[in-house]
Design a protein around this ligand. Structure first.
Ligand code: FES
Length: 148
């Protein structure tokens, strides 16, 4: 038989999940619960790391081959929205050439996620700017390699 306290906790959690789903939508909720592409890539070609004004940090890892993003991942210990945004940025960047990937902005991330509450829009821009920082890092490495 289930302990009444466990029952209470289960119901409370279900209520919180339901509220979160309503506020953030299905896409954000699912990525927060099951963040695709999350993890620090050990064999990345380049990494972007930024900390937003909110104090949260984002890392984007890219594996690049023939000027194309072969694989992307992200890592953050930030808010739930930043987890969803990092996941979406990694997904959007995968398979794109560097020119296309560098054009993924915060608005594209927000659109792909179905939007965020306005006060959390900056989470999408942080993720997109971190992707750009990773691409810049790659370009810097490439131009240094050409000088040698
Ligand atoms: Fe800082 Fe979301 S509140 S990235």
């Amino acid at each position: 038989m289930k302990n009444p306290m466990d029952d209470f906790v289960d119901k409370l959690q279900e209520q919180i999940f339901e509220e979160t789903r309503k506020v953030y939508g299905e896409e954000v909720f699912n990525r927060w619960q099951n963040p695709k592409f999350m993890g620090k890539m050990t064999n990345a070609s380049c990494v972007g790391r930024l900390t937003g004004n909110c104090g949260d940090s984002m890392e984007i890892y890219l594996r690049i081959r023939n000027d194309k993003v072969e694989e992307a991942s992200f890592f953050t210990e930030g808010c739930g929205a930043s987890v969803a945004c990092g996941s979406m940025v990694a997904e959007l960047a995968t398979g794109k050439d560097l020119e296309e990937a560098s054009q993924i902005g915060g608005d594209a991330v927000l659109m792909a996620l179905g939007g965020l509450p306005e006060e959390e829009n900056h989470c999408a821009f942080l993720a997109a700017e971190t992707l750009l920082a990773a691409i810049h890092e790659w370009m810097l490495q490439s131009s240094k390699a050409k000088e040698r």
